[in-house]
Structure formats: structure tokens, C-alpha cells
Design a protein around this ligand. Structure first.
Ligand SMILES: Cc1ncc(C[n+]2csc(CCOP(=O)(O)OP(=O)(O)O)c2C)c(N)n1
Length: 664
């Protein structure tokens, strides 16, 4: 192995060596502890340390790195105390995630590290968001995100590189090409000879280095970072290396031909660099011993502290509270139960009210960015953002490539870097392509490592417009099940504006449902000034005392229409937000009427209506004069033809269902 230190001083070279030694020594100790049964799972990065250490050393301390499971060297190079790292690995409270997360699955803003979630590829889009925030704030910073060679097969890899190239984001996409993805060798993972061949396809520079040569890694990243800070652009960096141990320690290496280990052992990054420094007279036996002793001391002290720390004692309140970031104090007082009385009321359609809320949110929050397909010049397919570009500019109103996953991920990245994001799904149906980011990154972030995910995902939803199975679905129940998310679903213009403005104040991830059929078919009085509506506060339309109908969205309008038509005296509850939903109001109305129907436009099985009905049975059984009824759409895909769609939707069955309930 040839080392070309160029103008690196002896001190710099020794720093690199010390940096390299640390993860190696920690890992050697972990393997001993593993054999002794004192630690559980371990993913080894032995043989790959030069990549993590060389890269992180070349960056400024506040430049974000998004490492993976073999990148201990990133964490040690950022000088995370070993005791805290070890506490993290042992699931102790004093770690980085209060015992909630696995070894490297956490982030820490003071160290500018955002660790992985288990899902490979998911952090690549997040790096784009962090880089975008830097770019918009003219910070001249580079962001580095890691992928294994196997992880590049994920669609997220393609999406993220494409977005970074189109937006010219200052990101280094670092691929650790170590020959295997778990047991699968490269030739069963991809067809290209080397990853740098792909750079041209993405429209970005791609460079290959010997990942076992720390000088080569360090100098390359150093040069790249210097250049990218001044001339922002993405670059692919392929580091050739080899995985010297199994995928994780329990999984063995039977599938790897033994000669590969022999060949690669000769290229060991620590031994080779150490020999080089010895030959050059830069490192002595004494100094080497001194480094080893210092690292051993820190290690032993950390182990002692963490082994002495008791297991985490669960605290119910803390566990539940930590799902969400706390909301700003002023929002607690600012949010109203109803749209405020105003001398300046305008009659707006639902679509106009949403537009006005979004506009006023953009005015209030200069750090808010809207991203979505066709949202800029074209104004979005429903024209909600028409005209935004001229006032708020191209930086904040961003057309995206057709990459839902990467863009939701970018929203999360913006949030990590102190900004806010609204992501428009062109239709709520397409959220399936961004599902992983929402349910795994956005939803779990605060619980996992205390990081808010300040992202509102706008969801044009629902049927009634003969748009068929993939442009008509009700998708809210998919998210209702996921702790850490919020779901808003206004039924009228005044609520829509106030709830959207509230969502923009809230640092938590919110799915904001907008019914396409209602966009232009309903209108109402809306105050001109900005205002926020409280979440979890339902409203009640009081037509009589015969029964209660719990519903939301289009269901509110249909329930009102049919009850009026058939002279049914119902209390119609408009939930307005579904996560959280207003249990108090529901309980109160059920107590007073004794009969209840939970109505949804969604297909019935597994719907939110089903969950609410179960809750009512559990909490209001003694007040009920009839079984809790549920009504939803047929359990089929949403059909296209009007007759079929009408047949699918629950509205034509509503009058009879209500009558049955009342007659019970
Ligand atoms: C989306 C997803 N699918 C499958 C897995 C299971 N898995 C964990 S690591 C791994 C192999 C990763 O290989 P590579 O990206 O080359 O990284 P390496 O482990 O070699 O460093 C697999 C299949 C996962 N974590 N995420």
C-alpha cells in the first residue's frame, strides 16, 4: 500500500493514526465482551476504519455526517465520549436514546451526526435536506452520507442521487464497496463493474479511492469538501474495501472464500499505516504504547461506569410524552376552538382557504419551504400554490423530481438543520412511495433521539371524482396506527385554514388531509387574518337528540344532508383532527343520546371508525341503548364508473343505517 501524505505534517499524520487506532481497539474489546456474553449484537467495521476516520477528520466539526452500522470511526472521530457510546450500545439511559435504540441508530446535533434507521437507503434523502438547508442559508458546508454497496440497490439511493444532482446539493454520497451485502456477493447485487460508472447517469462527478488507505481517503475528502463548499454540487465517492468479519458477529462468514480474507488482511488499514509511520520515523514504539494506553484507560473507565449503571426503569409518562416534540408555549394560548370573530370575513371555497393558510404560513415563517411535484410555476395540480413562486421565490417553492420518498426525507433533513417543510403529495395515494420516510423517520424521530420532524405532508384525498383506484383512496388509517404522527382532516374552509396554520406552528410531523371533492364544492366564511385552531377539539352540529354520528371530512356534509332530508335528529360530530381525536366530546354526546354511528368514507375494515367504535364500546357501554354502529365504504378498491363509485361509497346506505340505529 502506497501512502502519499503530500504536505500533511507529522502531527496531522499522528492524529490520523490515533483516530484509526481508537475504533479498532474499541472493536477488539467488543469482540472479547461479546464472547464473554457481556454485550449482545455487534456489527463489525474492522478493516473499514480508514473510511470513517479519514472522512470525518477531513470535515469541519459542524458538517453533518450520516453514517451506518460499520462506521464507529465517525463517532469516535467526533470525540463522542466512550462511556456515552457504550451506554448507548448497552441500552442504558445515559446513552443517546434513553435505551430506546440500537447501537448506531441515533443522532446527535452537537456532534453533527445523524445515525441510521434500520432501513437501508433511508438516510440518503435526509442528507439532501440538511444540505439544502445549508445551501439556502449560504453556510458553505458539505454533508456526507454513507451507503453500503448493497444499500445502493434500494430505490431511495436512486431518488436521492437524482434529487441532489437536479438541485446541485453539496453532498458527498460515500459508497463503502466491501464486496458483500449480508451474504450476497456484489455480482448478485448489481451489474455494473464499479459504482463510479454510474456517476455519469446521475450527472455528477464520481471518484474511486482505496478505502483502506487513510491518506487517500482523507486527502480526497478534504479536496472534495473544500471544492464543494465553494461550488456546491453532489459527488459520488466510492471507497473500495472489504468486510473482514461477518455481517454481524453471530452470522458467520462461511459464504466468503477464505483466500479473500488472506488477501485483504495484507491491506489492513491500521497495520499498514502504522508500519508506514514507523518507517518514516514519525511513530515510535513508545508513542504507540502511549496512544494505546490512553485509549485503553478511556475504555476501561467507560465500561466500568456503564456496567455499574442500572437498567432503564420505564416511566409511562415519559415514554408517551417523548413521542412528540413539545409545542411552542405561544401556540398553547394562540390556538382557538373556533375561527375567531372577525369584521373581515370572506366567503372562500375549501381550496382557497387552504391556499390562504399556506400563504400566511409562508409569510410568517421565512424558514418554511414548500416542496412537491409541479408546485412552482404550474402551481400544483390543484393550483393551491399558484402565484407562490413570484412572491416567495424558487428557493422556497420547489418543484421536485417524482421522488416522494426522497422529498419527505429531505423535509426531515431540513428540519434537522432548523428549517420547516411542507411536502405536497400530488394525490394522497402516492404517499405509498414515501411511506417509509413518514412512518419510520418522521414518526419515530423524536422518541428515538429527541429530534423534531417539523414536516407537514399535504394529502389531497378521497373519492367522488371518478378517478379510480389510485387517485381516490382514503389513506388516513394507514398513519393512524403509527405512534408519533398527527392527522388533521378538516371538513370546511374556516377549519382548514386554522388547522393548517396550526400545523405549521407545530414542530411535529402532521398529515394534512384535503378532500378533493370538497375543494371546489363547498365554501364558507373565513376570517382574513391568520389564526390557529386547536387540535383534538371536535365540533358538534346539533340537529336533535335521536343519536350521535361521529365522522369527519365529506362524512360531515353527507350526514348533515341525509339527516336533514330524512328529519333525523342527530348530533353530528365533526372530529376535525383524527390523531389526536376528541374523546371527551364523543363520550359526552354518546352519553346524552345513547346511540351512536361512526361514519367514514374509508373502507370499513381496519378503519379509524372501527377503532373509535371499539373505544366507545369500552368507555361508554353503560350509556348505550344500542350497539355501536359503523358505516364505511365497501371493502374493495375505489372503482371508476360513477354508478360503481356511488355504490362503493357509504352515503346511499346512510339513511337506512341511521334508521336501524334509531329503531333498535
Ligand atoms: C430496507 C432494508 N432491507 C433489508 C435490510 C436487512 N439488511 C441489513 S444490512 C443488510 C446488508 C447491507 O449490505 P451493504 O449495504 O453492502 O452494507 P454492509 O453491511 O456490507 O456494510 C441487509 C440486507 C435492511 N436493513 N433494510
Amino acid at each position: 500500500m502506497q501512502f502519499h501524505p503530500n504536505d500533511l505534517s507529522a502531527t496531522e499524520l499522528l492524529n490520523l493514526y490515533r483516530g484509526l487506532l481508537k475504533p479498532r481497539m474499541i472493536e477488539e474489546k467488543m469482540l472479547v465482551l461479546l464472547r464473554q456474553g457481556k454485550v449482545g449484537k455487534w456489527f463489525s467495521g474492522i478493516g473499514q476504519e480508514a473510511i470513517s476516520v479519514g472522512t470525518t477528520m477531513a470535515l469541519e466539526p459542524d458538517e453533518y455526517v450520516l453514517p451506518l452500522h460499520r462506521n464507529l470511526g465517525v463517532f469516535t472521530t467526533r470525540s463522542m465520549p466512550f462511556s456515552k457510546l457504550f451506554a448507548q450500545w448497552q441500552g442504558k439511559k445515559s446513552g443517546f436514546s434513553k435505551g430506546r435504540e440500537r447501537s448506531f441508530h441515533f443522532g446527535s446535533n452537537p456532534y453533527a451526526i445523524v445515525g441510521m434507521i434500520s432501513h437501508l437507503g433511508a438516510m440518503l434523502g435526509v442528507a439532501n435536506g440538511i444540505a439544502l438547508a445549508h445551501l439556502l442559508n449560504k453556510r458553505e458546508k458539505v454533508t456526507v452520507v454513507f451507503s453500503g454497496d448493497g444499500g445502493t440497490s434500494e430505490g431511495d439511493f436512486h431518488e436521492a442521487l437524482n434529487v441532489a444532482a437536479v438541485w446541485q446539493l453539496p453532498v458527498i454520497f460515500l459508497i463503502e464497496n466491501n464486496g458483500y451485502g449480508l451474504s450476497t456477493p456484489s455480482n448478485e447485487q448489481f451489474r455494473c463493474k464499479q459504482f463510479i460508472d454510474k456517476g455519469i447517469g446521475y450527472g455528477m462527478d464520481a471518484i474511486q479511492v482505496d478505502g483502506n488507505n487513510i491518506i487517500e481517503v482523507y486527502n480526497t475528502v478534504n479536496q472534495l469538501a473544500t471544492s464543494i463548499r465553494k461550488n456546491p454540487r453532489p459527488v459520488m465517492l466510492e471507497c473500495i474495501t472489504f468486510r473482514m468479519r461477518g455481517h454481524e458477529e453471530a452470522s458467520g462468514v462461511k459464504y466468503v472464500p477464505p483466500h479473500l480474507f488472506e488477501e485483504w488482511a495484507k491491506k489492513d488499514p491500521v497495520v499498514n499505516f502504522e508500519n508506514f509511520l514507523m518507517q518514516q520515523g514519525i511513530l515510535s514504539e513508545e508513542l504507540r504504547e502511549q496512544f494505546r494506553q490512553e485509549i485503553t484507560q478511556e475504555l476501561e473507565k467507560g465500561l466500568e461506569e456503564v456496567f455499574a449503571e442500572p437498567e432503564v426503569i420505564p416511566n409511562l409518562e415519559e415514554e408517551l410524552n417523548d413521542r412528540y416534540a413539545s409545542i411552542p408555549e405561544d401556540l398553547k394560548t394562540m390556538a382557538l376552538a373556533e375561527a375567531p370573530a372577525s369584521s373581515d370575513l370572506k366567503d372562500l371555497r375549501l381550496i382557497d382557504a387552504i391556499r390562504e393558510g399556506l400563504w400566511q404560513g409562508m409569510e410568517k415563517h421565512p424558514n418554511l419551504v414548500i416542496m412537491g411535484q409541479d408546485v412552482a410555476e404550474y402551481g400544483g395540480v390543484f393550483k393551491i400554490t399558484e402565484g407562490f413562486l413570484d412572491t416567495f421565490g424558487k428557493s422556497r417553492v420547489r418543484n421536485t423530481p417524482i421522488t416522494e420518498s426522497s422529498i419527505v426525507g429531505a423535509g426531515y433533513g431540513l428540519s434537522i438543520a432548523g428549517m420547516k417543510a411542507v411536502v405536497e403529495m400530488q394525490f394522497a395515494d402516492f404517499v405509498t412511495c414515501g411511506f417509509n420516510q413518514i412512518v419510520n423517520n418522521l414518526a419515530k424521530s423524536h422518541y428515538r433521539w429527541g429530534q423534531a420532524a417539523d414536516v407537514v405532508v399535504r394529502m389531497p384525498t378521497g373519492a367522488g371524482v371518478q378517478a379510480g383506484p389510485f387517485h381516490s383512496q382514503s389513506t388516513e388509517a394507514w398513519f393512524y396506527h403509527v405512534p408519533g404522527l398527527k392527522i388533521y382532516y378538516p371538513s370546511n374552509p374556516a377549519d382548514a385554514k386554522g388547522l393548517l396554520l396550526r400545523a405549521l406552528e407545530d414542530p411535529n410531523p402532521i398529515l394534512f388531509f384535503e378532500h378533493k371533492f370538497l375543494y371546489r364544492s363547498i365554501s364558507g366564511s373565513v376570517p382574513s387574518q391568520p389564526y390557529c385552531i386547536e387540535e383534538g377539539k371536535a365540533t358538534v352540529h346539533h340537529l336533535g337528540d335521536d343519536c350521535t354520528v361521529v365522522t369527519y371530512g365529506w362524512g360531515v356534509h353527507k350526514a348533515l344532508e341525509i339527516c336533514r332530508e330524512h328529519a333525523i335528529g342527530a348530533r353530528i360530530i365533526d372530529l376535525r383532527t383524527l390523531l389526536p381525536w376528541d374523546q371527551e366530546t364523543v363520550l359526552q354526546q354518546v352519553k346524552e343520546t345513547g346511540k351512536v354511528l361512526v361514519l367514514t368514507e374509508d373502507t370499513l375494515t381496519g378503519s379509524i371508525a372501527s377503532d373509535i367504535a371499539a373505544w366507545i364500546s369500552e368507555h361508554a357501554f353503560q350509556y348505550l341503548d344500542a350497539p355501536v354502529k359503523r358505516l364505511g365504504s365497501l371493502d374493495t378498491a375505489v372503482p371508476l364508473a360513477k354508478t360503481l363509485e356511488d355504490h362503493f361509497l357509504p352515503w346511499d346506505r346512510l339513511a337506512a343505517t341511521l334508521q336501524e340505529l334509531i329503531d333498535f
